[in-house]
Design a protein around this ligand. Structure first.
Ligand SMILES: O=c1[nH]c(=O)c2ncn([C@@H]3O[C@H](COP(=O)(O)OP(=O)(O)OP(=O)(O)O)[C@@H](O)[C@H]3O)c2[nH]1
Ligand SMILES: [Mg+2]
Length: 201
């Protein structure tokens, strides 16, 4: 029996997102990641919204590879910073994730608990090689802590505190995070479209 051909490209360069998307999709759809394919130029993320950037990434990766592509544009919107870093979350500070959340903590120094509210947002875009697209969004509410805690997750997770439990997103297992996260919420809305890719004629 021949190996079945891949049905869906996870079009992200972010290993944390890739890990979460793989766990969310399980074995319901055959997937490949960018690392499995010949190099493809990285789209410029010049949109003003998560949706615009997610669609741009999905369309460009689908055209370049000939595969249906699922792209994720996401970020952290902090109320006391007028929604920043928002779509610029990945570029908020040079260096690594730690440098970025440390900058955030320093920007919020002296800001009291009740004004440290924030939300994670995620737009997931599915694009077919012919240019058709479908977008779903999700969000997760919380507040920014005062020091990092937890070893799981990625990005700003160690400083993002959940309102009900007081735990950081980085203190949750991958399954616990996906059950309440912006990405998990967007993914569950997108899932029927993804399953339709796997359907055999
Ligand atoms: O703590 C976090 N938990 C999350 O669940 C999460 N989701 C997104 N982010 C942050 O938001 C930016 C995304 O930027 P982004 O959408 O452009 O992705 P990226 O550039 O890393 O990869 P790509 O998918 O574009 O290839 C990056 O700084 C991420 O750290 C998160 N941080
Ligand atoms: Mg990016």
């Amino acid at each position: 029996m021949s190996t079945p051909s891949p049905k869906l490209l996870f079009a992200t360069t972010n290993k944390g997102k890739l890990r979460e998307l793989r766990q969310l999709v399980g074995d319901s759809v055959e997937v490949v990641s960018l690392a499995d394919l010949p190099p493809v130029p990285e789209p410029e993320e010049d949109g003003d919204t998560f949706e615009a950037n997610a669609v741009k990434k999905a369309v460009e990766y689908a055209r370049a590879t000939g595969l249906p592509a699922l792209a994720d544009d996401s970020g952290l919107c902090v109320d006391a910073l007028d929604g920043q870093p928002g779509v610029l979350s990945a570029r908020y500070a040079p260096g690594d994730d730690k440098a970025r959340y440390e900058k955030l903590l320093s920007e919020l120094s002296g800001v009291p608990d009740e004004k440290r509210t924030a939300s994670f947002r995620c737009a997931l875009a599915l694009a077919w090689p012919d240019g058709r697209t479908h977008v779903e969004e999700g969000r997760c509410e919380g507040r920014i802590g005062y020091a990092p805690k937890g070893e799981h997750g990625f990005g700003y997770d160690p400083v993002f505190i959940l309102l009900d439990s007081g735990r950081s997103l980085a203190e949750l297992t991958a399954e616990e995070k996906s059950a309440i996260s912006h990405r998990g919420a967007a993914f569950r809305k997108m899932k029927p479209k993804l399953l339709s890719l796997a359907a055999r004629p």
